[in-house]
Design a protein around this ligand. Structure first.
Ligand SMILES: [Cu+2]
Length: 148
């Protein structure tokens, strides 16, 4: 009887575990732009981050408030907005997470986000590398994606 129970448990683990963050999405952070899908499915999603560039990059994921579009974000960047102001004006809550990657490497960690259907998310790098240079988002290192 115990053997049957363990066998059932093993089957459950095999069936259920891959569903946790099953959808793995690779985001590429270049000097200075992101390659990311324009739309993603809702649900638990695992993000990995790859940096083929020559400077260090990050990818921060932010849920945007309802009604905020990529154009709002573009316009804000034209005005040289800071990350703090960007979050205050357009963010829905805190940042969802962050991954960092050294030049020519992938992030050592992954980020699991439960994406909500019908929303817009921002991916942004606001690092200042090399030091004293403009922050990467002001050089174009941001993008948005929609969920469906
Ligand atoms: Cu960057």
């Amino acid at each position: 009887m115990m053997t049957v129970a363990w066998a059932l448990l093993a089957v459950l683990v095999l069936v259920l575990v891959p569903r946790l963050g099953a959808e793995e999405i690779k985001i590429i952070g270049r000097d200075f732009a992101f390659d990311a899908p324009a739309t993603l499915g809702a649900g638990v999603t695992t993000f990995v981050f790859e940096n083929p560039g020559i400077v260090r990059h990050e990818m921060i994921i932010v849920l945007l408030r309802q009604g905020v579009t990529e154009q709002h974000i573009k316009d804000a960047h034209q005005g040289g907005i800071t990350m703090r102001k960007l979050m205050g004006q357009f963010g829905d809550g805190e940042i969802l997470g962050i991954l960092l990657a050294m030049p020519g490497q992938s992030s050592s960690g992954k980020l699991i986000v439960n994406l909500v259907r019908g929303r817009t998310y921002l991916i942004i790098c606001q690092l200042e590398a090399p030091e004293g240079a403009p922050r990467h988002n002001l050089l174009g290192m941001y993008t948005t994606f929609r969920t469906e």
